[in-house]
Design a protein around this ligand. Structure first.
Ligand code: BDR
Ligand code: CA
Length: 311
């Protein structure tokens, strides 16, 4: 059955690839809107980038709503050292000519989810969770409209990427993550333990480069930059494609392995800020989280590249 989906993101190279894969999957995913939040880069830059991806895809019928410019409590933390100043690596995307939405993402979420039937909308979150957490604070009842949240965030055995203890999306707004992960709806959480298994290796880069289609061409320019940075910072061959895993999961959950567990977030200001304890402290509804442990990288790459080539 076709799923109605809202993507809440901070594009960002891998967010853009997730968007392109979703836009290339119209038979399975009805993309209702894209919400953006400050994360990898400022919310203004994320807004421009999301609109540019839609322009590239010829899908400017999908609205983009700009959301929160800063986290709930902590100071903003950006990741432009990974994604580049523009958030797009070396890619230059077309400017959007569509009239910009003036509706704040939090108002959009409250209005849309508030009016939707129970369990009718899937929320995909690939950035800090500030927008959805703020919407839940305004109106907790909106959670009822969500059938599942599929979120990129957290880490267990991999530790972290922004600090040794924390993954970026959770670190950037731990208070928001705690609210969203405790919202009581079914949650699939895809953290670094899985996404670091999905790298843009030289062989996969070569396949994207060889593609004649516009989305993989843009993705190659974006990921090329992140690959260089990864090589220098982590000594790793091939950047991880974190956020596209969410779309891959919606399209082909059998490519992922999971276990149900509790997840608790460290909201302290200490060195473990943003740490996710997987299967640790058992508190309330977080016990129900579907924690992704692994994935089948080669068929997942085939799937997502194929979807991007449809644009
Ligand atoms: C997450 O952090 C961001 O830099 C990426 O876009 C991804 O959502 C990975 O930790
Ligand atoms: Ca992201």
């Amino acid at each position: 059955m076709k799923r109605s989906v809202i993507i809440d993101c901070d594009p960002g190279v891998d967010d853009c690839i997730a968007l392109m894969a979703a836009l290339g999957s119209p038979d399975e995913l009805d993309l209702m809107a894209v919400c953006v939040v400050a994360g990898n880069v400022s919310v203004e830059t994320c807004f421009r980038n999301a609109r540019s991806v839609l322009a590239l895809a010829g899908r400017e019928d999908v609205p983009v709503h700009a959301g929160c410019a800063r986290p709930l409590k902590v100071e903003p933390e950006f990741a432009d050292h990974i994604h580049g100043e523009s958030g797009l690596g070396k890619a230059v995307l077309p400017d959007s000519l569509a009239p910009p939405s003036g509706l704040h993402a939090v108002d959009y979420l409250c209005e849309t989810l508030g009016a939707a039937a129970p369990g009718s909308i899937t929320m995909v979150i690939t950035g800090p969770m500030t927008n959805f957490a703020t919407a839940l604070q305004c109106d907790p009842a909106i959670a009822e409209a969500v059938d599942e949240l599929v979120i990129m965030g957290g880490a267990d055995i991999e530790g972290g990427n922004i600090t040794p203890h924390a993954e970026f999306n959770i670190y950037a707004d731990p208070d928001a993550a705690q609210i969203v992960l405790g919202c009581g709806r079914p949650i699939t959480l895809i953290g670094l333990d899985a996404t670091l298994q999905f790298r843009c290796t030289p062989a996969r880069m070569a396949r994207m480069q060889a593609s004649k289609h516009r989305a993989p061409a843009a993705a190659t320019a974006m990921i090329g930059h992140v690959n260089d940075v990864y090589g220098k910072i982590y000594g790793a061959e091939g950047a991880a494609m974190h956020d596209p895993c969410t779309i891959g999961y919606l399209l082909a959950p059998d490519l992922f392995t999971a276990r149900r567990t509790s997840v608790s977030v460290d909201c302290s200001a200490g060195e473990r800020r943003g740490h996710t304890a997987i299967g640790g402290v058992r508190t309330g509804s977080t016990d129900a989280i579907n924690w992704i442990r692994g994935l089948h990288a080669e068929p997942l790459f085939d799937l997502l590249l194929g979807r991007m080539e449809r644009l």
